[in-house]
Design a protein around this ligand. Structure first.
Ligand code: ARG
Length: 463
């Protein structure tokens, strides 16, 4: 048992159990909020002075003391004491120790409830800026790679079965599109969370004339929160942020899954620099894509954080409850994991080469030109459903005759299947030719790929 030394010792009597001290503390992880806690406190003190609730000198002393504490923490010279529970109490106690009475006035009209809600929002605004920059870096890496492969054709897969031919560039650009959605989702999330709960106090506000607009403006918020009861326990933005991270993780995981397959001997589509591979402790020949596997695996960490966050929110009575302290564990975990994965993916994308020769040599597998042949028949006036049947029959014929591709059939065989087929059919039958003749907007041919690359190069410059 240890002697209780907390600010509410007048209310609670006796000693506290060390087990309870360890259980209740959040200082071990919320200390990373210290910069934001100090910024929020300075804004609050300046507002108190402006409203003549404290003097200008007291506000100046508070500010000076807080800035010194900030420097001590940054320099690793601050003695954190878990008896202080969290970063808010730790900083306030240090301030009182440093400047005395004026420090005792800082918490006027404020509760840790509105304080922590403000701190997380301030932290998250910055964190989102970092993640947005990481997304941009990754998009740039994809576009640079795409630029190298605008004329090279690869198979696409649906159901992991060969489908239609596409340029490698178009395949790479598909991830740029996914990341663009992630980018705008995070921006929306940032905009929605950028409202200030400071001044809502514990739950119902204060009888003191606090100027909430002033603190909100000084902290760079676009508005204040208008209902104090909601403000102190609203963590929707935490769930939303982790959801944004979850979809980023889903996209990175899908890329990882593709590339793990593509590095296998069975595919051999790509080769990533040794720096991003590991070997086996037993099998000397191995070159394992562990980084990609970890990117895929860490998706579980981020999804776990989302489920945890949503579960924390569920069935809490109005308004603030200590359950909410757990929010930061999951928000930080999701942010750090997503950040690390975005960086690692950008490095891998930049250090991977496509094995274009091997991919080109295998293009005759899988009848990638079958859909284009059906569309050739459509141009000859055959209804698509019938054309689909004719080509299906021709593919089956190839298989029974041991022919790998439709182009190996004779004109007689084509004509027997459909008399509308002419000699010009052979001009439409090869994956590269098919790819070049895609007409639709957004299609996976070289022309579209080049246009998209130009678009993204421009767009990413401003992003
Ligand atoms: N450490 C707490 C949290 O993260 C701060 C708020 C505590 N408020 C309270 N009334 N006990 O949520």
């Amino acid at each position: 048992m240890i002697k209780q030394e907390k600010s509410w010792e007048k209310r609670l009597s006796g000693s506290v159990d060390e087990l309870a001290v360890d259980f209740v503390e959040s200082l071990s992880y919320d200390k990373r909020l210290y910069k934001y806690d100090i910024a929020g406190s300075i804004a609050h003190a300046e507002m108190l002075a402006e409203q003549k609730i404290i003097t200008k000198t007291e506000a100046a002393d508070i500010k000076k003391g807080l800035l010194e504490i900030g420097e001590e923490i940054a320099a690793g010279k601050f003695a954190f004491d878990k008896l202080q529970e969290d970063i808010h109490m730790a900083i306030e106690a240090a301030l009182v120790a440093k400047i005395g009475d004026a420090g005792q006035k800082l918490h006027t009209g404020r509760s840790r409830n509105d304080q922590v809600a403000t701190d997380i929002r301030l932290w998250m605004r910055d964190e989102i800026e970092i993640l947005l920059a990481r997304i941009t870096q990754l998009q740039i890496a994809f576009v640079r790679q795409a630029d190298k492969y605008t004329e090279d054709i690869m198979p696409t897969y649906t159901h992991l079965q060969r489908a239609q031919p596409a340029t490698i560039a178009s395949y790479l650009l598909s991830f740029v599109e996914m990341l663009a959605r992630d980018y705008s989702r995070l921006k929306d999330c940032r905009d929605r969370l950028n409202v200030c709960p400071l001044g809502c106090g514990a739950v119902a506000g204060s009888t003191l004339p606090l100027d909430r607009e002033m603190t909100a403006k000084n902290l760079g918020f676009r508005d204040i929160k208008y209902n104090s009861i909601d403000a102190v326990s609203d963590r929707d933005f935490c769930a939303e942020f982790i959801f944004c991270c979850s979809l980023i993780s889903a996209h990175l995981s899908r890329l990882a899954e593709d590339w793990i397959l593509y590095t296998s001997s069975e595919f051999s589509f790509i080769k990533t620099d040794d720096a991003y591979c590991t070997s086996s402790s037993m099998m000397p020949q191995k070159r394992n894509p562990d980084m990609l596997e970890l990117i895929r695996g860490k998706t579980g960490t981020v999804y776990g954080a989302l489920v945890a966050m949503l579960t924390i929110l569920k069935a809490q009575p109005s308004t603030y409850n200590r359950d909410l302290q757990e929010d930061k564990i999951h928000v930080f975990n999701a942010a750090d994991t997503t950040d690390a994965c975005l960086q690692m993916t950008a490095a891998i994308v930049s250090h991977t080469a496509f094995n274009t020769k091997r991919i080109a040599d295998g293009l005759d597998e899988g009848f990638l030109d079958a859909t284009a042949l059906a569309e050739y028949l459509v141009r000859k006036g055959i209804p698509f459903r019938q054309a689909h049947g004719v080509v299906g029959g021709l593919v089956a014929l190839c298989e029974t005759e041991g022919k790998k591709k439709l182009g190996q059939l004779t004109i007689e065989q084509f004509k027997a299947a459909c008399d509308k087929i002419e000699e010009d059919v052979f001009g439409t039958l090869d994956p590269a030719g098919v790819c070049r003749s895609y007409k639709t907007k957004g299609a996976a041919g070289p022309e579209n790929a080049k246009a998209q690359i130009a678009y993204w190069k421009d767009k990413l410059k401003e992003q």
